[in-house]
Design a binder for this molecule. Structure first.
Ligand code: MN
Ligand code: MN
Length: 304
């Protein structure tokens, strides 16, 4: 299989995502609105020549992942805690996915440090052909040495064109089900250690602020609003995750919410619930996207 250098568009997406991610520490400050932060980072992604591959996620403390401000809700950066900022950039459907944790106040810095160290440890050992199990094992060992737990039911993932979660799971613990899966040349993968002082797994909350088109065809008739929303979604985002914040020009907010709910019930949209640590533990996360060639593994989202 030909798998030399990473695709140009993937490198571009990686460079944009890394730049945007690295803006976060200077703008995540106590009292700041998460909506303002997310909109700024999403705008910067566009200004740098990419599209947001998914809404900017800003998940605070025991909220582990998948929170983005919705149409009517927002969050405020607390005086103390862990703020995970997770951003994605897409160039022609080539996606880079990356995250860091901003420590507000000093209290939880060792948790963030453990997550960063786990990602660094993985970055050092990545080789074409290695088992995904060994990535998970390295994360678990690194995190436990620091006295914390990995979040077992959150994982990294393979990435395809226009598909952020392409099917392959990159575990955050020594997961035997990943024994047979390997880093094959041509693969793009995101590795994202989540570290906690809680129970070590997440549960779904009822809030859903992120959606994606499932790629299915309607089996039951759609209302005219559902039809209008679906065609805007397919045209703008294809199968990439989006937020209703990006669609307020299509119809009024209350109609947007009703149409999104209807399309979800009819199986055309997938909703991503907010994920919360089961023991209300604090959670830290770091993430890079990697590209596997025949003879090495590239970090696509490396800091400048
Ligand atoms: Mn991510
Ligand atoms: Mn990811």
């Amino acid at each position: 299989m030909a798998a030399g250098e990473p695709p140009e568009d993937l490198l571009k997406a990686g460079s944009v995502a890394a730049k945007v991610r690295d803006l976060a520490p200077s703008i995540v400050k106590p009292g700041e609105s998460c909506r303002r932060i997310c909109e700024y980072l999403e705008d910067e992604t566009r200004r740098l020549g990419a599209q947001p591959a998914f809404p900017c996620n800003i998940s605070i403390n025991e909220v582990a992942a998948h929170y983005t401000p919705g149409l009517r809700d927002d969050c405020i950066i607390p005086d103390e805690g862990l703020v995970k900022v997770d951003v994605g950039a897409s160039v022609e459907g080539y996606i880079a996915d990356t995250a860091l944790t901003v420590v507000v106040g000093d209290r939880w810095s060792s948790l963030a440090e453990a997550a960063r160290e786990a990602l660094e440890a993985v970055t050092k050992i990545l080789k074409p052909g290695m088992r995904l199990y060994d990535i998970g094992r390295t994360i678990e060992v690194t995190v436990k040495r620091r006295g914390f737990k990995p979040v077992r039911n959150l994982s990294g993932h393979s990435i395809d064109r226009y598909r952020i979660h392409a099917g392959l799971v990159v575990p955050n613990h020594a997961d035997r089900t990943a024994w047979l899966h390997r880093l094959t040349p041509g693969l793009t993968v995101a590795v994202e250690p989540f570290v906690t002082n809680g129970r070590g797994f997440v549960r779904e909350a009822s809030t859903v602020n992120i959606y994606a088109y499932t790629g299915r065809k309607p089996k039951t008739p759609l209302t005219s609003e559902e039809e209008k929303l679906l065609s805007a979604v397919v045209e703008r985002f294809k199968t990439l995750p989006f937020t209703l914040r990006w669609l307020t020009d299509v119809m009024p907010v209350d109609k947007l919410e009703t149409a999104a709910r209807g399309l979800t019930v009819k199986g055309l949209l997938h909703g991503y619930p907010v994920l919360i640590e089961a023991g209300k533990g604090m959670v830290a996360q770091y993430e890079h996207t990697f590209y596997v060639s025949r003879d090495r593994v590239y970090v696509v989202t490396l800091e400048e």
